[in-house]
Design a protein around this ligand. Structure first.
Ligand SMILES: [Zn+2]
Length: 280
């Protein structure tokens, strides 16, 4: 007889050292609780009550999930120095059907200490984590997305690397902007020397001058080329890409417009960066 999914789940829970089960009226195994271990990045945390915290985690194995960390603001023993935003942790979690996960134990794998010494890098890390929270769905595992964010946080966390991360994150989420061809007619140029290329988030990216008419905002072909290179080179490591300031500013504006259009609002961490005068 083939194992039912419920029995498979019980097996997994038992192997990981916990869980309880009972039989329903038809004799099928019904699991009430599961314990599992996973590798997770802390996307955000909020205080709860006097001593607890609720964390939003991006796990490698199970995608995004929320976890209750009891005593996280008091306990010196269980979670000290581990549950900081952006940290990579090894987490032991307990889940009960229909309830928030509970974080039972956590150990630090990488605190990404280098980025914590630089306000700009901290702000970009916060932006990347907020974007991940917006783009990732609960309990939908994406090891590629997890790897992308982990690599970004462990890299140079500069403005160009942030754009590389954003382009990769958008692509993995089915929101890949068209950069090297006109969305409408497929032309690889701006239409004519007199016409500029335009960028229109609503239509999915690049428009040539002939198709754009007055839609979108003007963007140089140089900037489109830089963005396209970042987009296609997303898996090729983290070599710094030299781009003049005006190109970076134009690229930043185009990407921000794209994110705002698809999220329906500006990200709070982006506003913070602007408020304190940081180059995103
Ligand atoms: Zn066109």
């Amino acid at each position: 007889m083939a194992l039912s999914p419920q029995k498979g789940a019980l097996g997994a829970a038992s192997r990981s050292g916990g869980g309880s089960a009972s039989l329903d009226e038809r004799g099928n195994v019904r699991t009430n609780m599961e314990r599992f271990s996973c590798t997770a990045l802390i996307l955000s945390r909020i205080d709860f009550g006097e001593s607890d915290r609720i964390l939003t985690l991006l796990t490698e194995e199970r995608g995004k999930l929320s976890a209750f960390a009891r005593g996280a603001r008091k306990s010196r023993r269980r979670f000290v120095g581990v549950l900081e935003p952006f940290s990579l942790i090894q987490a032991n979690l307990r889940s009960a059907r229909g309830a928030l996960h509970t974080l039972e134990e956590a150990s630090l794998v990488d605190g990404f200490d280098a980025l914590r010494r630089d306000l700009g890098a901290m702000s970009r890390a916060a932006y990347a984590c907020e974007l991940a929270r917006e783009l990732c769905r609960d309990h939908a595992a994406s090891p590629e997305f997890f790897s992308l964010l982990r690599a970004f946080l462990g890299g140079s966390v500069d403005p160009v690397e942030l754009m590389r991360f954003e382009l990769g994150a958008l692509s993995l989420s089915g929101l890949r902007p068209h950069l090297d061809h006109c969305v409408q007619c497929g032309a690889a140029d701006s239409g004519s020397v007199e016409l500029d290329s335009r960028f229109d988030p609503e239509r999915g990216g690049r428009l040539c001058g002939r198709c754009a008419r007055s839609r979108g905002t003007r963007i140089s072909n140089v900037t489109l080329g830089v963005l396209a290179a970042l987009q296609t080179g997303v898996t090729e490591g983290h070599g710094a890409l030299e781009a003049p300031a005006w190109v970076r500013a134009e690229a930043r504006a185009a990407l921000t417009g794209f994110v705002v259009h698809h999220m329906g609002h500006r990200l709070k961490s982006y506003d913070f960066m602007r408020d304190i005068g940081l180059d995103a």
